[in-house]
Design a protein around this ligand. Structure first.
Ligand SMILES: [Zn+2]
Length: 278
């Protein structure tokens, strides 16, 4: 699942490559298109978008929001890529990737394409962002939070710290992978309860959240370049590194869980916690 660092770099590329372009036509490809496209305007997805100009692209949490200039404004195209949704910049002659469900043809001759292996992502077209499911309840962006606000917002959450970090209402944009990275940087066991953390540990977590996300944006930017369909993660310290040496102490990285909800951590650098499933 793309998280804040990947989507932030995608946003940077789209800002350069598609802002100012007019959408000349939209092709929604059945059967997946009918699943991923959600027209909340009742005007018809392709009909409402044709002729619209992309005025801005912003990221909010794990959403990308395209602000459009169209006959009826405001108009927003909102992408929630979930597990496997990807955008791709392509030329008209470029071969379509499997499971491409929507193609936005641009006035410069290029195309913005959406493909999604699992068809779990969503593309919403709406006149108001409040109508997009789960969007209005998003917590603040990590870089907009002061340490004081972070501590204050943590108070009502009493459970395992990894679960708190990945809760979009607490702070937006952090998912399973980057929570592992942040907790490793902070040297905190992912399953420790928030109520067990000292003030010093909470401050370490806050600093690690910011430093890890910032450094990751830089690494993603270097590796992704213009290929917004990529999800570079080889540089990560612990996530998906089960059994590999911890970059700090050399201890083999531990794994808990399965499938999309795995947790990786270093049992030496991140001591304590009741370990589930071990
Ligand atoms: Zn370690």
């Amino acid at each position: 699942m793309p998280e804040l660092p990947e989507l932030e770099v995608v946003r940077e590329v789209l800002q350069r490559r598609v802002v100012g372009q007019t959408i000349t036509a939209v092709e929604v490809i059945p059967p997946g298109g009918a699943v991923v496209v959600r027209d909340l305007t009742q005007a018809g997805f392709a009909a409402a978008l044709a002729g619209a100009t992309i005025a801005a692209v912003v990221r909010r949490g794990k959403y990308l929001v395209f602000t459009l200039q169209a006959a009826i404004t405001p108009l927003f195209l909102v992408l929630n890529p979930k597990l496997s949704g990807r955008l791709q910049l392509a030329g008209p002659a470029d071969k379509r990737k499997a499971r491409t469900w929507a193609i936005f043809k641009l006035s410069n001759g290029g195309q913005l394409r959406y493909y999604d292996q699992k068809q779990m992502g969503q593309l919403y077209l709406t006149h108001g962002l409040a109508t997009v499911p789960d969007y209005a309840g998003l917590g603040p962006e990590p870089f907009d939070l002061s340490l004081e606000e972070f501590c204050e917002r943590l108070k009502p959450h009493r459970g395992e710290i990894k679960g708190v970090l990945t809760r979009g209402e607490f702070v937006a944009g952090i998912g399973n992978a980057y929570a592992d990275e942040i907790l490793w940087e902070a040297r905190l066991h992912p399953f420790r309860k928030r109520t067990q953390l000292t003030q010093e540990e909470i401050e370490r977590l806050y600093q690690a959240m910011r430093s890890t996300l910032l450094a990751s944006i830089d690494k993603v930017r270097q590796e992704m370049q213009e290929h917004i369909e990529l999800k570079p993660r080889d540089f990560m310290a612990v996530h998906m590194k089960t059994g590999e040496p911890c970059p700090r102490c050399g201890t083999p990285i531990s794994l808990v869980g399965a499938n999309q909800r795995i947790t990786n951590f270093c049992r030496k650098c991140q001591p304590g916690g009741l370990i589930k499933g071990m």
